[in-house]
Design a protein around this ligand. Structure first.
Ligand code: MSP
Length: 650
């Protein structure tokens, strides 16, 4: 059996994945389903990228171990993929024992081959954070984590001889034009990185511990990208005995990802594989971004679009359809609620939904007792049939080229053509005349047959909708398989047709947009969930407030830019903060536990609309949130540094 191996990037366990993250996974899932339907033995790999300094510090801030922190988030990611019908075959976590074993073996092997050597890493260093940063990572020449000044320093580190691979990677692109796609990514790699020449790559760190130790020098942990990229082979059993699929599936047919991480996949990864003498993946595809209001969607921008809420509101298949139809593959595409609702109404409710419901209704109305054997065809049938017979080949060629939006466009052109066929043949007029019964039977059967073919071709894209279509047509088994979409007239003489519910009820655009706007973002379900949670008063809660009461409190992320003790007070600190719109002063009784230097540069949660007050004669405009700890201690609630000052917290 022919093999097909496809991968998504492994995701950082950030608190919540947004709809942009699910884009790559939904595309991979669709391709994997398509290949399985074609008869390939498919390996579809996804997973999580769990090591690194960032995770270590977030976990520390949350007061839990890094492993406990990632465990909880990874469970949520798996739930999301379940909800979105993601049919992955294997899920790798970089904290899995077998992966760690493989990474140590890979590192040792590269070292043994002289591809890795020990030297010194020199760069900007933030002493309090114990972190090295490259110049481009610095923010205003300051530490991007804490905002403090940095100094030049060096640490012992291992380096990978990436500089030896500039010409080899250039040759790889020249000899294999399909290796990196789309073409714009080749231009980016060549102009930005390869033409200037590659530098050796620092592949170990000693300043933090949350990583895979270098086995022969345990003070070092392996650089996260070496750890992460290798997942594509360790998950198959390379360097470990937990899996034995490496020879079967490697090299990968497609590594799919968004453009910002193409450099790692199209330069560092092939260089590592060359250094290990392993075959290279057949294709690296860097698609565009799903944008939100013109910006890259990201948690830090506070413009997260929650896939759980979207799927709950509109259905998983509607979201999958939108993602794959709306974004020109390889380019950026915009996510707006309006575009989503318009697509649902125009394509799914009107074109597809109406076609199925009108055809099934007519089949039941006119032929409840069964179709007659005698059918009369007419020239108008030919165009529809020809289009139906050629559709699967067109879709296959586009899918093989990863042009999913164009494949959907072809399928929906056919659906529109089929709707037009109803208008052309006017079955209701034929039904008035007994003599036209054989013609009417042919028309209705052509309609059902066209729907069968469209349903099959839509199956990889919309895994919940296709079975609903087949259920209404009363068909299953062989005549719903991929190959059968190549043949017209496969319906049984008398299928057991069932009238189902509307698959995609029409949405009132204006009402829905008003509702979404009134909700200020996450949607009604989120509010309902919050209300339902509030109704069940959890143990230890003093009193319940309505969501509307909670909404009166304005919480914002804010950055501490200056801080000093209030004169003649042991407890009070005078804190100047940037709240995104300007600066203000807040007085807080936390001096017992924090020195001013501990706070400068940190991000906190500000109660922004608290009435101003004077504390010990010093004006305070707002309050920062802190947790009451045992022993009368207080700990400030800090916010991830990526959250911008001014971001609304709710
Ligand atoms: N952990 C690394 C990948 C290591 S792979 C060896 C990583 N993780 S990530 O969680 O930050 O992002 C992973 C992927 O999510 C991106 O490459 C991309 O495929 C997808 N996307 C994240 N935001 C996206 C959009 N706004 N739009 C489209 N895809 C997006 O990078």
């Amino acid at each position: 059996m022919k093999k097909f191996y496809i991968t998504t990037p492994i995701y950082f366990p950030s608190a919540k994945l947004h709809i942009g993250h699910s884009y790559t996974t939904v595309v991979c899932d669709t391709i994997a389903r398509y290949k399985r339907m074609q008869g390939f033995d498919v390996m579809f790999l996804t997973g999580t990228d769990e090591h690194g300094q960032k995770i270590e510090s977030i976990a520390k801030e949350a007061g839990v171990s890094p492993k406990a922190y990632v465990d909880e988030i990874v469970a949520g990611i798996k739930e999301l993929w379940k909800l979105m019908d993601i049919s992955y075959d294997r899920f790798i976590r970089t904290t899995d024992d077998y992966h760690e074993e493989s990474i140590q073996n890979i590192f040792n092997e590269l070292y043994k081959r002289g591809e890795i050597y020990k030297s010194e890493y020199k760069g900007a260093y933030c002493k309090p954070c114990e972190s090295f940063w490259t110049d481009s990572q610095l923010k205003d020449k300051k530490c991007p984590d804490c905002g403090r000044g940095v100094e030049q320093a060096s640490e012992e580190a291992y380096f990978f001889r990436l500089s030896n691979y500039t010409d080899k990677i250039l040759k790889l692109y020249e000899d294999n034009p399909g290796f990196l796609q789309p073409q714009t990514r080749i231009n980016e790699m060549v102009n930005n990185f390869l033409k200037p020449g590659l530098d050796d790559l620092c592949v170990s760190r000693t300043s933090f511990a949350w990583g895979i130790p270098v086995s022969f020098d345990p003070g070092h942990v392996v650089y996260v990208w070496v750890d992460a990229l290798s997942n594509y082979i360790t998950a198959l059993g390379y360097g470990n005995t937990s899996y034995g699929d490496f020879d079967k599936y490697w090299p990968a047919d497609v590594h799919l990802m968004a453009k910002e991480i193409v450099r790692f996949h199209a330069i560092i990864w092939p260089a590592m594989l060359m250094a290990l003498d392993l075959p290279l993946p057949k294709k690296v595809y860097g698609h565009g971004w799903l944008l939100f209001g013109g910006d890259k969607m990201s948690k830090s921008k506070g413009n997260v679009v929650d896939p759980v809420i979207l799927c709950g509101r509109y259905g998983v298949d509607a979201i999958r359809y939108f993602l794959m139809r709306e974004v020109p593959f390889g380019q950026d595409g915009n996510f707006t609620n309006e575009a989503l609702i318009n697509r649902i109404n125009a394509d799914l409710a009107n074109d597809l939904g109406n076609l199925v419901s009108r055809s099934v209704t007519m089949a039941l109305k006119y032929f409840e007792g069964g179709f007659p054997k005698e059918r009369v065809s007419a020239p108008v049938d030919d165009e529809l049939m020809d289009m139906a017979k050629g559709l699967s080949a067109k879709v296959e060629s586009l899918m093989d080229d990863l042009q999913l939006p164009l494949a959907l466009t072809e399928i929906f052109k056919f659906i529109s053509r089929t709707n037009k066929y109803i208008d052309e043949t006017m079955p209701w007029a034929l039904a008035k005349n007994e003599a036209d019964c054989p013609r009417l039977a042919a028309v209705i059967c052509n309609l059902l047959e066209s729907i069968r073919i469209a349903g099959i071709l839509l199956s990889p894209f919309m895994p919940q909708t296709a079975p609903k279509i087949f259920e209404q047509l009363g068909i299953s088994g062989d005549i719903t398989c991929w190959q059968s979409a190549k043949t017209f007239e496969l319906l049984p003489q008398n299928p057991k047709i069932n009238r189902g519910d509307a698959m995609f009820p029409r949405i009132d655009l204006e009402k829905e947009l008003n509702e979404l706007e009134a909700l200020g973002g996450p949607g009604k379900e989120a509010e309902d969930t919050l209300k339902a949670q509030a109704a069940k008063k959890p143990e230890g809660v003093v009193s319940l407030v309505d969501i509307a009461d909670f909404a009166k409190i304005e919480l914002k992320a804010a950055k501490i830019i200056a801080c000093e003790a209030v004169p003649k007070s042991d407890k009070l600190l005078k804190i100047r903060i940037d709240d995104g719109t300007g600066t203000r002063q807040v007085v807080s009784g936390i001096h017992e536990w924090y020195k001013p230097d501990d706070l400068i540069g940190r991000k906190i949660i500000l109660v922004a609309n608290l009435k101003p007050a004077k504390i010990r004669g010093v004006e305070s405009n707002g309050m920062l949130l802190a947790a009451d700890m045992p022993g009368n201690e207080a700990r400030v609630v800090f916010v991830d540094d990526h959250v911008p000052a001014g971001a609304k917290i709710r």
